[in-house]
Design a protein around this ligand. Structure first.
Ligand code: ATP
Length: 314
């Protein structure tokens, strides 16, 4: 580390590798409003960071390079289209430093899973490169740069549980007494395209076959304060679920299997196809995951807890 500035933050950048862990997100409430003229939908969402993490390591280099291992290796392009490269370039442009770094991703968050893995990686890159380069931005500044890369990036800079408005990029923390929720995450084979899922909900709404929109997150926020998993389970909701199930009808079997395994509630995560199930405690989550794994309805059933911190140096 170089010497700290007035606020104790390093100013000269790190000499050695910088390693950042970043979580996946689920949406406890995803209220999707009408399509706006700018092409975005107005969202009322409650983000929740869970303990499935990607890890990004940044080292000094003469150019900008990216390598990876884990989920999606061989499938995910590592070129200029990757959100990691785009995040590094955006930070370099903002702070007027050369975008030079050797970046390595260890990916556990499934690709195109509705868990915002790409946004998580962008958030991790902003923090890792800011530290490597000694550009000393605040978390709020990193979140502002992140908003230009993807709606979920600002949340993943901060983590925890937070209300998201606008198209999801405006986040404010949910101030609740700390309690930990236990989840089972049913990972699907293959992803779903987020824009396609949004187009499908618009189509279902135009056809008059979509359920009424959820609207505000007030009842979910009230349920969170009660700290009772059964109460939270009853309040979970996702306007994109009918669209994800319409595009991938087998998701109905996943949701049924989770409930049959004893989950308090289950829902599609974001735009899917990952499904998440609420358990009463950690042991219950392990039992549900084991049972779900035997049904063959998903590629993998993992346990996770939340809320967890956003992008953090480890
Ligand atoms: P969303 O944030 O839209 O809900 P998601 O969670 O469904 O997305 P992601 O894994 O974040 O899915 O990525 C969606 C697409 O973004 C991928 O299919 C890929 O083409 C592109 N992408 C670019 N960079 C990355 C990255 N570092 N990790 C994952 N996907 C990336």
């Amino acid at each position: 580390w170089g010497p700290g500035g007035d606020d104790g933050q390093p100013r000269r950048g790190a000499t050695g590798p910088v390693r950042v862990r970043v979580p996946a997100k689920i949406n406890l409430h995803l209220g999707v409003g009408p399509l706006r003229p700018d092409g975005y939908h107005e969202l009322n969402t409650v983000y929740h960071a869970i303990s499935i993490h990607d890890e990004l390591t940044a080292r000094h280099g003469d150019t900008l390079t990216l390598t990876m291992e884990g989920e999606g290796t061989g499938e995910l392009a590592l070129d200029e289209t990757n959100l990691i490269i785009r995040a590094a370039r955006a930070l370099a442009a903002h702070t007027r430093v050369p975008a030079h770094a050797r970046l390595h991703l260890r990916k556990q968050i499934p690709l195109a899973g509705g868990l915002a893995g790409g946004s998580a990686d962008a958030a991790a890159t902003l923090l890792a490169c800011d530290t490597l380069w000694g550009t000393g931005l605040s978390r709020d500044e990193l979140a502002d740069i992140g908003a230009g890369l993807g709606s979920d990036v600002p949340f993943l800079v901060h983590g925890g549980t937070a209300l998201g408005t606008g198209h999801g990029e405006t986040v404010s923390p949910v101030l609740a007494r700390p309690s930990t929720w236990h989840w089972v995450v049913a990972v699907a084979d293959g992803g779903l395209s987020t824009p396609e899922v949004y187009r499908e909900i618009d189509r279902l709404r135009d056809a008059g076959t979509a359920p009424a929109a959820l609207g505000s997150a007030d009842s979910l926020l009230a349920a969170l304060r009660q700290r009772d998993p059964a109460v939270l389970g009853a309040a979970l909701g996702n306007d994109l679920q009918p669209a994800a199930v319409s595009l991938r009808p087998a998701l109905a079997d996943v949701l049924d299997a989770g409930r049959a395994a004893g989950a308090l509630a289950g829902l599609v995560s974001g735009s899917g196809p990952t499904c998440v199930f609420l358990a009463t405690d950690a042991a219950d989550a392990r039992r549900i995951a084991a049972e779900l794994a035997t049904t063959g309805v998903c590629r993998e059933a993992r346990t996770a807890h939340g809320p967890v911190a956003g992008a953090r140096i480890v």
